[in-house]
Design a protein around this ligand. Structure first.
Ligand SMILES: Nc1ncnc2c1ncn2[C@@H]1O[C@H](COP(=O)(O)OP(=O)(O)O)[C@@H](O)[C@H]1O
Ligand SMILES: [Mg+2]
Length: 572
């Protein structure tokens, strides 16, 4: 500093949350950082031991009336105090800020970050954007204990950031041991990006995924099999009745437990038997005594005890009158059921494999506990899932993960133990599963994710949402997030959305959002000492980018497309 020209810098005004600083030679006004920018720190102090730190929000130039050098006016927001090398949050403790102002020293900045989190709770995936010598740890327990949102326009670095965070989480070990650590992560990967970043993950695409229809809850089942728009009570009632009866029919436990079986019980039922049941009901008639009767090998009257006889193909009715029965009323429903049950694209939900897996197998496979494929990260490659069932698939998986957390906590508590296997569920492009809009096609997944947002934390299930449209995500979900990583955002609605998350005092810093570069982010929330502008560390093994090198491809020689091969994959 000694050789530099003298800089005149002083605090010229103070309001509760802002300080104004006037500087003459801005170029020379620097210490730790190469150059002051929006987001840099100032140190306001008259002595070495205590200083108020403030973050720069904007610069303006004021021409000198007498034709001299122009002056620079800097607006900054106080963020806290550094006392004897330790940082304390809150900017209002210096009642009368001193006059002396200078750029913050490296030690001051390090005090804000490196010394502000206990060593064993540090979780670091970024550095200060304006000073790469300062790493920015967050409090890892707080960070993962509450929901996290990563927002940014496409190409701003969201997927890269998700991958970096998760790679760090799966790599870090509290002591030296061989093998996997105890991190548990499920990713809904809509663009098949994450496989490359997690080569040893448990990868479940439509070819490998088995999501048994019999684990769907009543709402999901109705969304899949009923024409919900038609709102046909006959359909709904007969379907519900058939499922409850069929679950009881296949149940092998004691009679008390059997009595408790209901529509939502996670128990096996056979969907083809449901189809027969409904076909038989569609043929039913009444005899002159008003009994619904069918002919099997002997005659029987329809009732709860005998209904299981309808779970097979083609019973003939013995009655004569169709009045007051379901006769002929279920034809549309039968067609719809047949279409779903025999749809090749839905094999992973209704195909023969779904009848042979157990509830336990399914849970183990969706959170990476299956013996032959234990993994910290499970990737649901949902890119191949037909759009009309995407919402219920996401809903089913999310709900099962939530319930594993719920019942694990309950079970362990009954043994006097803590929940020991917390899970993080990652939704890429979260606005596609949990939008603000009330459209019924998103209802199932939205409800399941909202439930995790509201209650998951208690049971060790937290969310990490990545989205390019934060303003379009369900408010219920967003309002439950505690850590925000906001990357470049160009849409004003989305910028405002982030602005609303910040205290008014530093809301203006969001003006920087449109000009962030790839991997740069504003880190906000209670896991970090102060809102900070960071650069996320680059992944050694990155997710596969969706960027196509157009110009390079186009400059190359003509390439043929294998249409015949391509068509074979078309209908899958
Ligand atoms: N932290 C980072 N460091 C270096 N490059 C990055 C970083 N984050 C993103 N990038 C670059 O930006 C590109 C887009 O990132 P990506 O994560 O795919 O963005 P998004 O998911 O927001 O669309 C990547 O291909 C990568 O090259
Ligand atoms: Mg992405």
């Amino acid at each position: 500093m000694n050789n530099k020209p003298e800089v005149n810098a002083e605090v010229i005004s103070v309001s509760p949350n802002k300080i104004k600083v006037s500087v003459d030679k801005l170029e020379e006004f620097k210490v730790a950082e190469e150059k002051l920018k929006v987001g840099s720190y100032l140190r306001v102090s008259d002595n070495e031991d205590v200083a108020l730190l403030a973050i720069i929000e904007n610069f303006s130039i004021v021409a000198d009336e007498n034709g001299g050098e122009p002056k620079y006016i800097i607006d900054a927001s106080p963020i806290g105090l550094v006392k004897n090398g330790k940082f304390y949050r809150g900017g209002d403790s210096l009642a009368l800020p001193p006059k002396k102002v200078e750029p913050a020293k490296l030690e001051d900045i390090k005090a804000i970050y490196e010394n502000s989190v206990n060593e064993n709770e540090k979780f670091t995936f970024s550095k200060l954007s304006l000073n790469k010598n300062v790493s920015v740890p967050v409090n890892g327990n707080r960070f993962f204990n509450k929901h996290i949102a990563i927002v940014g326009s496409t190409g701003s670095g969201k997927s890269h950031t998700v991958a970096k965070i998760l790679q760090k989480a799966t790599e870090s070990k509290g002591s030296s041991f061989e093998g996997l650590n105890n991190s548990h992560i499920a990713i809904f990967d809509i663009h098949s990006e994450y496989q490359s970043a997690f080569p040893s993950a448990n990868i479940l695409g439509v070819e490998k995924l088995i999501l048994p229809y019999w684990l769907l809850n009543s709402e999901e089942l109705e969304e899949l099999f009923l024409d919900t728009e038609a709102n046909d009570h006959n359909q709904r009632n007969v379907f519900r009745e058939a499922i409850v009866l069929n679950k009881k029919y296949h149940f092998s436990g004691d009679s008390v437990a059997k009595e408790r079986i209901h529509y939502d019980s996670p128990l096996y039922f056979d969907i083809e038997e449901i189809l027969y049941y409904i076909k038989n009901r569609n043929n039913e008639k009444k005899d002159k005594d008003n009994n619904i009767k069918w002919i099997d090998d002997d005659e029987f009257i329809f009732g709860e005890d005998t209904a299981s006889r309808l779970f097979k193909e083609g019973l003939d009715t013995k009655g004569t009158s169709a009045t007051g029965t379901l006769n002929g009323k279920l034809i549309n429903f039968i067609n719809r059921l047949e279409n779903k049950i025999f749809d090749k694209r839905l094999e992973f939900i209704v195909g023969s494999k779904t009848k042979n897996v157990t509830f336990k197998n399914t849970l183990e496979s969706i959170i990476g506990y299956k013996n032959e494929s234990k993994a910290n990260v499970t990737i649901f490659d949902v890119s191949g899932i037909p759009f009309e069932v995407l919402s219920i698939c996401v809903s089913l998986i999310s709900r099962l993960i939530f319930e594993v957390g719920y019942y694990n906590k309950k079970y362990r508590k009954s043994n006097g133990q803590e929940q020991n296997a917390p899970i993080l569920v990652v939704y890429e492009e979260a606005h596609k599963y949990a939008p603000k809009s009330g459209l019924s096609k998103y209802r199932a997944s939205k409800e399941a994710i909202e439930r995790i947002a509201k209650e998951g934390r208690k049971y060790g299930v937290t969310l990490l949402l990545a989205s390019q449209r934060p303003s379009e995500i369900s408010e219920t979900i967003f309002s439950q997030c505690s850590s925000f990583i906001s990357m470049r955002l160009t849409n004003p609605d989305d910028q405002n959305f982030v602005k609303r998350l910040l205290p008014d005092t530093i809301g203006d810093i969001t003006n920087i959002l449109p000009s962030l570069t790839e991997g740069e982010a504003l880190l906000i929330g209670d896991a970090i000492s102060v809102p900070s502008l960071v650069k996320v560390d680059e992944c050694e093994v990155p997710p596969s980018s969706s960027d196509i090198k157009y110009l390079e491809e186009w400059r190359d020689e003509w390439k043929d497309v294998a249409f015949a091969e391509l068509i074979k994959t078309w209908s899958i």
